[in-house]
Design a binder for this molecule. Structure first.
Ligand code: ADP
Ligand code: MG
Length: 591
């Protein structure tokens, strides 16, 4: 390149200049409008801020081709349309201190950012205005306002997203993935504003169409029937902080955290303080690696909160994060402890810990009462709940994991080896590993063996989940799972992996769909398949809480000895603990 006379001599600093507005908007667009879902979120937030009672969102091509958001809110006066698409122009900050922010928007960045990246058309008519007005912005170029037809309210159409910012266009995933993200964004806002009617369509198909509802009805509509049936109300207060909403019973869990709606002062957030508190609240009652389903609403005085942490406004800073944490942990804990038909789970010392003085102790008292063959029952004197089922004294076993002595809490197998070691096996974790390895071996030999169902099962799923599974139908068939489309949002299951026994296909498919959503199509097929094998294994395995007979326990121990990687489950947790005779003696101070 030849030097122009204006170029500085080599080595001297380049002159500093203010960037033109169009460039600034394009830079902001990169932050604010990360993907179509972000544009959808901003536009729906604007509709909510405008006081809409009804919002309709239509997506085409995952929002990459077109996003339409129509509302019946206050509208934008013709005189203000040109200002609305300018950077840092907002009607929402009455007070410039940024301390009391009551609206979802306040940065005045969304419309100019969308206008910089896409073709934007806003048709708006304030109530009482004789007609609507239209403004267009195309790749940052603002066109003149013109009169238009339209009902009171605002219709925003953003088409060909990122056509003006090709660098970002390249990073977009396939439309189905973008549609899922956009749908999730609308779902979160619909959960945050149940009193507003919401309709969402994607490529012409209705994803949901919800009337104005109360919070309970909205949560039930959007979290799925299985979670809806297990929701426990949450209500807790601490000073001026108030927590409300719903926590699903620990029987309903998901493979990812996507089933969690967290709303702070009406704003859906993805806040690490809240997410961690939810995880901690459920830690004792659900398996590691599983995620609870919650819809939690935290309300606190706006000055206790800084929402201006990130352009997308989904991250927060709490002034008193510790108070928020304990409110959430306490609130959920209280909800889960409340009798919901079933009794609260018994509290017992956790594995690896020896019961301290004053704690209930397990007494293994073989009884001669008539029991299932080979079984005797020991009971905790205080509660009468059977905590252990002892077997008749076994002959010394030459095997490393020994001979089974008892099943504890319907969850652990206690065994003794010939050298006097005590072995405690987590029956679910162990069996999960065995199933996983069996599936892997079959897969390596050409495909997991399917067991055709006598009657094909129909499983209802969120349409996005069904789509995701059906897109992988060929891969799933190699995993022994044969499915077909069965209308929108339903999948027909023709066969399940034979090694799994007879798992419930509903939860199994939901988990696989979550797994696929989590992995995304960027993950290599082989890694995705193995993750799915692990999920399948989990569903085909002996649950914690199932009573095992002597022969079943013995078979499990023997298989563990013969299976690779059997010392940990598919999630990396140990499947058994072994306490050698020497260690026991050391613990008792005999050595
Ligand atoms: P912000 O929401 O942060 O104010 P935006 O760029 O999203 O910034 O919007 C700019 C302004 O345009 C808003 O402050 C509001 O006055 C107006 N506006 C945007 N969308 C709507 C809508 N759907 N209904 C009424 N007014 C709107
Ligand atoms: Mg906005």
């Amino acid at each position: 390149m030849s030097e122009s006379p204006a170029d500085p001599p080599p080595g001297s600093p380049a002159p500093i200049r203010l960037l033109p507005e169009a460039t600034v908007n394009r830079i902001a667009a990169g932050e604010v409008i990360e993907r179509p879902a972000a544009a959808v979120k901003e536009l729906v937030e604007n509709a909510l801020d405008a006081g809409a009672g009804r919002i309709a969102v239509a997506l085409a091509g995952g929002g990459i081709d077109r996003i339409e958001v129509a509302d019946d809110g206050c509208g934008i006066a013709a005189d203000f349309l040109a200002l609305a698409v300018q950077r840092h122009a907002t009607s929402k900050l009455a007070d410039d201190s940024l301390v009391r922010i009551a609206t979802l928007g306040f940065r005045g960045e969304a419309l100019p950012s969308i206008g910089a990246a896409a073709r934007l058309a806003i048709t708006s008519r304030p109530r009482g205005a004789p007609h609507a007005s239209l403004i267009r912005v195309e790749g940052g170029r603002v066109l003149p306002v013109s009169p238009a037809a339209g009902p009171p309210g605002t219709l925003v159409v953003a088409s060909e997203l990122f056509y003006a910012t090709p660098a970002r266009r390249k990073f977009l995933r396939i439309p189905r993935t973008e549609a899922e993200h956009a749908e999730a964004a609308v779902r979160r806002l619909a959960l945050a504003a149940p009193h507003v009617a919401f309709r969402l369509t994607s490529d012409g198909a209705t994803v949901f169409d919800l009337p104005e509802q109360d919070r309970a009805a909205r949560v039930a509509s959007l979290l799925g029937p299985e979670a809806a049936a297990a929701l426990l109300p949450v209500a807790a207060e601490r000073g001026r902080y108030r927590l409300s909403g719903f926590a699903a019973a620990p029987t309903v869990t998901r493979a990812t955290a996507a089933g969690q709606a967290l709303v702070v002062n009406g704003r859906p957030v993805a806040d690490p303080v809240l997410k961690t508190a939810v995880r901690v609240a459920y830690r004792e009652v659900i398996a590691a690696g599983r995620h609870p389903v919650v819809a939690l609403y935290l309300d606190l005085p706006p000055e206790e909160l800084d929402v201006n942490v990130h352009p997308a406004k989904t991250e927060l800073r709490f002034r008193d994060a510790a108070a928020v944490r304990s409110l959430v942990i306490g609130g959920i804990g209280h909800a889960l402890a409340a009798p919901a038909g079933a009794a609260a789970p018994p509290t017992v010392p956790s594995t690896g810990q020896l019961p301290g003085p004053g704690r209930p102790r397990l007494r293994l008292v073989p009884s001669q009462a008539r029991r299932p063959p080979g079984m005797a029952e020991a009971q905790l004197a205080l509660t009468g709940t059977p905590l252990a089922r002892a077997l008749p004294a076994p002959a010394p076993s030459p095997h490393p994991l020994g001979a089974p002595l008892a099943q504890l809490l319907d969850t652990y197998i206690l065994a003794v080896a010939a050298d006097g070691s005590l072995v405690l096996v987590d029956q679910h974790a162990a069996h999960e590993r065995l199933t996983h390895e069996a599936l892997r071996a079959q897969f390596a030999e050409g495909g997991v063996r399917p067991q055709p169902l006598l009657l094909p099962a129909v499983v209802d799923l969120p349409p996005a989940s069904a789509g995701r599974l059906l897109a992988e139908a060929d891969a799933l068939a190699r995993l022994g799972l044969e499915i077909e489309a069965f209308g929108r949002g339903a999948v027909l299951v023709r066969a399940l992996p034979a090694a799994l026994g007879a798992p419930d296909p509903g939860p199994l498919l939901r988990d696989l769909a979550d797994e696929l959503a989590e992995a995304g199509e960027a993950t290599a097929l082989a890694a995705r398949l193995d993750a799915m094998l692990a999920r399948l294994a989990c569903h085909g395995s002996i649950r914690a809480g199932r009573r095992l007979g002597a022969a079943e326990m013995d078979a499990l121990l023997r298989q563990m000895e013969a299976t690779p990687r059997a010392a940990t489950c598919s999630h990396g947790r140990p499947t058994f603990l072994k306490l050698s005779r020497a260690e026991i003696e050391r613990l008792f101070g005999r050595r």
